[in-house]
Ligand binder design. Sequence first.
Ligand code: ADP
Ligand code: MG
Length: 288
Amino acid sequence: SVPLSFFGGIGGASRAGILVKGSTYLEALADVKTMVFDKTGTITRGTFQVTEIKPADLPAERLLMYAAAAEQHSSHPIAQSILRKAQELHDAPVLTAENVQEIPGHGVSADVDHQHILAGNTRLMESQGIPVSILPAGSGMGTVVYIAVNGVYAGMIEISDEIKEDSATALTLLRRYGLKKFVMLTGDNEQVAERVAGQIGIDEYHASLLPQDKVEILTRLLSQDKTAFVGDGINDAPVLAAADVGIAMGALGSDAAIEAADVVLMKDRLTQIVTAIAIAHKTLRIVR
Ligand code: ADP
Ligand code: MG
C-alpha cells in the first residue's frame, strides 16, 4: 500500500501547480541524478521573434506570405512567430494552403497559390534536393528557416528566442538537491545550442537532432543514472515517455505531452522543477 505521506506530497505538489501522476514518480524525482532538457519552449520561452527576412529573388513580402501560409496549421513556436510577423506587416488574411505536411525536426511543405512551398532547416532542403552548399548561413544568433518555391531556394527568415529568466537559477538550485548532470537536446543549430547551453550552465549539449536521436541519447543516459527529461512536448512525447521521469511543461505543451508525461508543470518555468524535487525530498524523508 502507499504510505499516507505520499498523498500529502502529491497534494502539496498539486497546490503548487505540479501534477504528479503517482507515488512512484515522487520517489523517482527524489533520486534523479541526470536531467535532460529540450531547448525550445523549455529552457527558452519558445516565443520567437522574426529578426531578419532575406529574400533571394522575390519581394520580401511575398516570401513571408508563402512561409506564413505554409506554416499556418503548425503549432511549432517557429511557425507561430512567422504567422505573427506576417499579420503584423500585412493586414491581409493568410493565403490558403493545401497538401500541408509537417515533418518533425525538419519543417513544413505545402501548396500555396499553385506554388509548392518548403519552409524549414537545411535538413529539409537537402531532403528535397536543394544542396546545402547554396544556402546562405544565418547570423549565428538565431534559428534560420529556409524557404523554397517549386524546388528552388527563395530566401530565408531568421528568428530568435529568449532564455526564460529563471532557467539558470533553476539549474543552480537543482545542483544543491544533488543533481549531477544537465544535458540539453535540441533540433536547433549548433551555434544557437552552444550559446544557450553556455549561458545557463548546461554540462553537455547535442544539436541538430531529430526526434529519434533524442530517444537514442536519452537511452544511453538512462543506462548510466536515474534520468529525468523535461520538455514542452512539441515533437518530444517519445522522450517524455522513455525517461525515468518525464516532465512536461503543461501550459504551452501539447495534449500528447501531457499524456506521455509523469509530471506536468502548470507554470512553464524550470524553477517549478525545483519545487517538485523539494517536495519529493521532504516526502521521502518522512517515508524512508
Ligand atoms: P527543438 O529541439 O528546438 O524543440 P524541434 O525538434 O521542434 O526543435 O525542431 C527542430 C528544428 O526543426 C527546428 O529548429 C527547425 O529548424 C525545424 N522545424 C521544426 N518544425 C518546424 C516548422 N514548423 N517550421 C520550420 N522549421 C521547423
Ligand atoms: Mg521542442
